[in-house]
Write a protein that binds this ligand. Structure first.
Ligand code: PGA
Length: 258
């Protein structure tokens, strides 16, 4: 972790939690995390719970994110949700290009790129996911895949636009499997992304952009991950569904900063 960049821990609840469960969870998080000042905290509930969760989060240090958006502002796109709709319910962040979206919903670099554009237009901070699957890692293609995801996602954006983005490196083989990348494996890819951004943009941008790690992050491994110089936080799936483990992750991330 670099002390210049403010750490950010985000919970990706995926397709979990009814509205009642979401309100319960976030009420406990608000109570137990209200003294945290050193770390940005974000929760990303399903669309249906955004509005109720936002109400609970009033006057708290926890911010709201969504898990996806569609790039058009409005129109005949049955089943989709636009950036302006997310903005209206109080979202400040949006996860874009999660590997589950690529795997199950045919998202591509091109659709990720359009979604980032829409998010930025509506002043939502995109959390852009990149990362290789097991087959790609075993075939030594990790850097190629991460480069391809970054180049595709960021194609056509100005430096001012890219500065507003958060990147989440999420090796697909570590998501929901209990197999975390070792801190060294994660650090190696985070460093690679920073060097890539240096070549694509400039040194300052590469130094300042925040890169989260995601994939089986737990209270037990967050400290070691955050100790790496290029890891600025975590995108947490399974362990963000329980109030105890998410609170511990945030607190452990704070502890290493102080
Ligand atoms: P996980 O998910 O923490 O359950 O592995 C992370 C993610 O998919 O963002």
């Amino acid at each position: 972790m670099n002390t210049m960049r403010r750490p950010i821990i985000a919970g990706n609840w995926k397709m979990n939690k009814s509205n009642f469960e979401a309100i319960d969870l976030v009420t406990l998080l608000k109570r137990d995390l209200n003294d945290v000042n050193d770390v940005d905290i974000v929760v990303c509930p399903p669309f249906t719970a955004l509005s109720d969760v936002k109400d609970v989060l009033t006057d708290s240090n926890i911010m709201l994110g969504a898990q996806n958006l569609y790039w058009e502002d409005a129109g005949a796109f049955t089943g989709e949700i636009s950036a302006s709709m997310l903005k209206e319910v109080g979202a400040q962040f949006v996860i874009i290009g999660h590997s589950e979206r690529r795997q199950y919903f045919a998202e591509t670099n091109d659709s990720v790129n359009k979604r980032i554009k829409a998010a930025l237009k509506w002043n939502l901070t995109p959390i852009v996911c990149v990362g290789e699957n097991l087959h790609e890692r075993e075939n030594n293609r990790t850097f190629d895949v991460v480069r391809d995801h970054c180049e595709g996602a960021f194609d056509g954006f100005s430096e001012e636009e890219i500065e507003k983005i958060i990147i989440a490196y999420e090796p697909v083989w570590a998501i929901g499997t209990g197999k975390t990348a070792t801190p060294q494996q994660a650090q190696e890819v985070h460093r690679f992304i920073r060097e890539l951004l240096m070549r694509m943009y400039n040194e300052e941008l590469a130094r300042d952009i925040r890169i989260q790690y995601g994939g089986s992050v737990k209270p037990e491994n967050i400290t070691e991950l955050m100790a790496q110089p290029d890891i600025d936080g975590a995108l947490v799936g399974g362990a963000s569904l329980s109030h105890e483990s998410f609170v511990k992750i945030v607190k452990n991330a704070c502890a290493i900063r102080t």
